[in-house]
Structure formats: C-alpha cells, structure tokens
Design a protein around this ligand. Structure first.
Ligand SMILES: C[S@@+](CC[C@H](N)C(=O)[O-])C[C@H]1O[C@@H](n2cnc3c(N)ncnc32)[C@H](O)[C@@H]1O
Length: 239
C-alpha cells in the first residue's frame, strides 16, 4: 500500500487545487528564479532532469519543466505516469522537452539512475518528508540515516529538493481570503511557527538535515486544508 501517494493523493490534490494554488505559484517562482542561477555549463546546453516522487505533478510547474531538454519522472504509484503526461505532457511537447514517465522506487534505485543519467539534475519533489510514513515511528533514526546516505550518493551532482519540514493542526480555521504566511529572514523557527498559527505539537518530517547548514533554504507555507498546514523547505545543492 502506498501511504504517501496513490489514488487518495490524486483525489485530494484535484479537489484542493484552488486552496493549494498560492503555494504552487510560490514554488514556481522559486524554481524559475533558481534556474537563472544554474551553473554556466547549463547555460550553454539545456540540462535534463530526474524528477523523483513526481506523482501527477500537482504542484509542479510546466513552465519550469519546459526549460529542460528532457524530463524523466519517477513514482512508485502506477497511476502517476499517465496523470503526469495528462497534466504536463502538452506543455512540455510544445517546448520540445522530451518526457519519459517511469513507475519505480527511485529512492531504492538512486545509484542506478544516477549512473544511467550522468549529466542530469535531480529534484526530489515532496518525497523526502514522506519517508517517515514508510517506516515504523520508532525507526526515525533509520530515516534520517537513509537521507544522509542519499546525500553521499548525490555527491558531485546538481540536486534539489522540496519537502515537508513540519506539519500540523492550527489554532483557528484559515480564513478564505487570508494571505499565505511568508517567512521573514530574521524570524527564528518559533516565530515562524507562530505566524503559521501552529497548534503544538507539530509533526516533524525528519528532514531538518537534508540541507547542509548555511544553504540558501526557501520556506513555504502550504494550506493543506482549512485546519491543517505544512511548512515546506526547498533548496538546491550545487557541486
Ligand atoms: C506527497 S506526494 C508528492 C507528489 C508530487 N510531487 C505532486 O506535486 O503531486 C509524494 C509522492 O512520492 C511518491 N513516492 C514515495 N516513495 C517513492 C519512491 N521510493 N520512489 C518514487 N516515488 C515515491 C508517492 O507515490 C507520491 O506520489
């Protein structure tokens, strides 16, 4: 059973498109800006991308994807390939971006994928923060260890991730017309959680060490439901 995706994820994402749109838009802006900062070798030649945990790309930007020469998506969910092509296929085709959608455990197969695509960038699309649901709660150290091991496997590679850092219930329902909270650089974690209206305790998604200290990490609020919010973090790691 897929505890982090599958039919229930597609149903929830399809129904929540309007509520999730401000976060998807903020992620798109961040991705487009980060593309401008790609190393010079990629400015001469369009890179290719391995997108891991792609699902149907419910929160992924077609515009950003179409900057790549080729996109390979990976998900364990057998519905994901068909739905990803349905949502992003036409936009990518219009920009001559080749698209291949694979059904497989890309976390388990990461070394093989990296070897098969030696020049591709890698982006973990809201999947690393889901690993805790694929392990027993008591195995949290194993999850953190596995994440550290991915970093070793990715050494020398251009890679990025967006993932849950924490999530949980709120003190009050989110007002329909309220603006999405934006983290100010001077806010510490506690101040940010207060701005998110987090009702303690929040769930730790075990991703606090994905990025090395000092990385340029971007924070996002995600109104998952009127009473439940996620705190997402994203960054690129450049060799
Ligand atoms: C929270 S969903 C994110 C979906 C997607 N990024 C989007 O915007 O719609 C996490 C996805 O990761 C997939 N996933 C979980 N473990 C995986 C693995 N080992 N390899 C590939 N995909 C995986 C799940 O099937 C699910 O579709």
């Amino acid at each position: 059973m897929n505890l982090t995706g599958g039919i229930s994820w597609h149903w929830m994402a399809w129904r929540s498109q309007t509520r999730w749109a401000p976060t998807a838009h903020a992620i798109e802006q961040w991705l487009l800006q980060s593309a401008q900062a790609l190393p010079s070798k990629y400015k001469l030649e369009k890179p290719s991308l391995l997108l891991i945990g792609a699902s149907a790309g419910w929160m992924m930007s077609s515009q950003w994807l179409s900057q790549f020469a080729r996109v390979d998506t990976f998900d364990i969910d057998p519905l994901a390939a068909f739905l990803f092509k349905w949502r992003h296929g036409a936009a990518l085709k219009a920009q001559n971006t080749a698209l291949e959608c694979h059904t497989q455990d890309a976390l388990q197969n990461l070394p093989v994928l990296l070897e098969a695509h030696p020049n591709a960038c890698v982006f973990f699309d809201n999947v690393l923060g889901q690993m805790r649901f694929q392990h027993a709660a008591a195995d949290w150290q194993l999850v953190e260890k596995k994440i550290q091991h991915f970093k070793v496997q990715l050494k020398g590679r251009e890679w990025g991730s967006i993932h849950d850092r924490m999530s949980g219930r709120l003190n009050a329902r989110i007002a329909v017309d309220s603006a999405l909270p934006i983290r100010q650089p001077e806010w510490n974690e506690q101040h940010w959680l207060t701005q998110l209206d987090a009702q303690s305790p929040w769930l730790d998604h075990l991703t606090q060490n994905v990025f090395a200290p000092g990385s340029r990490v971007q924070d996002f609020a995600w109104n998952f439901s009127p009473i439940y919010r996620h705190w997402l973090q994203a960054a690129w790691v450049r060799p």
